[in-house]
Ligand binder design. Structure first.
Ligand code: AMP
Length: 587
């Protein structure tokens, strides 16, 4: 098999967090966040930072650099002193908020440690209040931090660490003078940490002037052997990933796949969602006993499980051939992990495929991966509901045709004759039978969902009209014995209930639905309100925004009525059209 080889100088070092001399509170928080091992930048930056040294790190977003400086900053903060002790300077308010969020998560078990984001655009009042209450770790944009220094609402006298995050971007944005001023006014007895993707001259100058004998860290990759398999990526919003994953699986009829997630929590979550949608899915992660992992791997090897969901660490012991598709549901940390992951498909000369989801700014990380793996990751468009539905119809059509060709069905001549005698045409009779089949299926699926107490989340995932005998729900039994006890499950569901709601609607408490009819059929918003309020008997005020597209309509419906709307409207005739309704997760 043709392979690309790229050699780069220094191998990556990854350590366990327990090797980094961290406090039990930090280790507990890291475990809760779900990081299984330190990334290379964390492995290399945390020890010197804990020792009090300055660090200059050259690495990209996505390398885990935030935790690399946040962990030592939290460890070193004095909970008994509310004065600012670390200042993190970021180029944008988004980044400042992200960093503050990461600090909050990692400091969750450290009593008395507080973080405060301070950025332009937010009201001064709130920031004055926050600063007055005190916070050891201040995360902000340089301009606003300067403002507070000038107003005297922020003092630097007890600062022990200053972090310049994405220094080159701050330079591009014209913050260099503010940064210099802040560095000049901070106590000399402090640590200076600088992270930058590139090191242009002004940044080198800043390093020379303001750091003391810094430890330089540059993360390089190992020799990479990229398997010659088909690699594609989809740009998908985080909240739409599940839906897109299911559509891809259904459209391409994937039957044997490995799905990688970033954290154990994501593995748990995705496994539950896929099981609830009727796929034979199981998981592998570091918290499982060796025996349980072996058992799961065995089931996957025997193909008793179609989809195995895993973290990078857990999948290391997995030796399975012939995997059809490796999904990077979450983007891997770096090019090396990417290559390890996708190396599990297309073995032994078999064809395989690697599918990667990227959202928002992650595209830069993917470009980085492409650079190291020498490209070849093709962009594809996520399949639409209509494509999946068309595929289902084709599959159904084919199986029906085959059945008719072979004559392998029980005849019901007498019943059909009776209907013909009543004056119905053969086409009408066949259509009515098909409609009844789809309505039955919808009812069965809804009842099943309601019985499991999860009606608010797991609606039938596709319009069920014409979903033929090969529907996944029929082929794939639920694996209830592997599911969590009911009480525990309920607790977890509640958390994700909100997430799910957020995923599919622009309005809180609403769920966005998609109808398979649109402007092309001369539909007006009033018609949509009419059919929902009338046929589903749902109050008009629980219907939110309506967006008419050429062939589809998107409508927000109050969460508590969404299931009724789906159940009541699916399959009915509306404007001479068989209506199908499903949750829309990716509009
Ligand atoms: P950053 O480079 O700090 O922007 O981090 C990029 C992403 O990696 C964030 O979503 C972090 O939550 C995640 N991350 C950071 N450290 C780790 C780790 N040790 N293991 C897994 N994910 C991590």
């Amino acid at each position: 098999m043709p392979q690309d080889r790229h050699r780069r100088p220094k191998p990556m070092q990854k350590k366990l967090f327990t090797e980094l001399g961290l406090s039990p509170e930090l280790l507990k928080a890291i475990n809760k966040v779900g990081y299984e091992e330190a990334t290379p930048i964390q492995s290399e930056a945390i020890p010197p930072l804990m020792e009090g040294k300055d660090v200059v790190g050259q690495s990209q977003t996505g390398s885990g650099k935030t935790a690399a400086f946040a962990i030592p900053a939290i460890e070193k903060a004095d909970p008994a002193n509310r004065a600012p002790q670390t200042i993190v300077l970021c180029p944008t308010r988004e980044l400042a908020l992200q960093v503050a969020e990461e600090v909050a998560k990692l400091a969750a078990f450290k009593r008395g440690i507080r973080e405060l984001p301070v950025y332009g655009g937010q009201s001064y009042e709130r920031q004055f209040r926050g600063l007055k209450q005190g916070a050891q770790i201040i995360v902000g944009t340089p301009g606003r931090i300067m403002d507070h220094l000038e107003r005297g609402t922020l003092q630097l006298d007890q600062i022990r660490m200053i972090v310049l995050d994405e220094a080159d971007r701050m330079l591009d944005m014209g913050f260099i003078d503010d940064i210099r001023t802040i560095l000049k006014h901070a106590p000399a007895e402090r640590q200076t940490v600088l992270f930058s993707a590139t090191l242009p001259r002004p940044i080198l100058e800043l390093i020379r002037q303001f750091t003391r004998d810094p430890v330089n860290i540059r993360i390089e990759g190992q020799a990479l052997t990229v398997p010659a398999i088909e690699q594609v990526y989809y740009e998908v919003d985080r909240r739409a990933k599940l839906e897109v994953l299911c559509r891809i699986i259904d459209l391409h009829d994937v039957k044997y796949g490995l799905i990688f997630c970033a954290t154990k929590a994501m593995v748990d979550d995705l496994t539950e969602h896929l099981q609830a949608r009727g796929y034979l899915a199981d998981k592998l992660h570091g918290d499982m006993s060796q025996a349980l992992r072996e058992r799961t791997m065995g089931r996957f090897r025997r193909r008793a499980v179609e989809f195995l969901i895993a973290t990078d660490v857990a999948a290391r012991g997995l030796d399975v051939e012939d995997i059809e598709v490796v999904f990077n549901y979450d983007l891997p940390q770096d090019a090396e992990d990417y290559v390890h992951r996708i190396g599990r498909t297309g073995r032994a000369g078999k064809s395989g495929k690697a599918i990667t989801f990227v959202g928002g700014r992650e595209i830069y990380r993917l470009q980085n991966i492409m650079r190291f793996t020498k490209g070849k990751i093709r962009r594809e468009r996520p399949p639409s509901v209509e494509e999946v539905q068309e595929k289902r119809e084709n599959v159904f059509f084919e199986s029906l045709r085959e059945m008719l060709d072979k004559g392998e069905y029980k005849r019901n001549d007498e019943l059909v004759d009776r209907l013909l005698d009543l004056g119905h045409s053969p086409t009408d009779i066949a259509s009515a039978v098909l409609h009844m089949m789809s309505a039955e299926k919808t009812r069965a699926a809804s009842a099943d969902v309601a019985e499991k107490g999860r009606a608010h989340r797991d609606f039938p995932r596709e319009p069920r009209e014409f979903s033929g005998p090969r529907d996944r729900r029929e082929r794939r039994p639920r694996d209830d014995d592997r599911r969590a006890p009911r009480r525990e499950r309920r607790g977890r569901d509640e958390g994700r209930h909100d997430e799910r709601a957020a995923a599919v609607s622009h309005e809180a408490g609403m769920l966005r639905l998609v109808l398979n009819i649109g402007k092309a059929k001369h539909i007006q918003p009033g018609d949509v309100v009419g059919v929902i309020a009338g046929a589903a008997n749902v109050p008009r005020e629980s219907i939110g925004s309506i967006k008419l597209l050429p062939k589809l309509t998107l409508v927000d419906v109050a969460e508590e009525h969404a299931e009724t709307v789906i159940r009541k409207l699916n399959g009915i005739r509306f404007k001479g059209h068989h209506l199908s309704v499903a949750p829309a997760t990716d509009f």
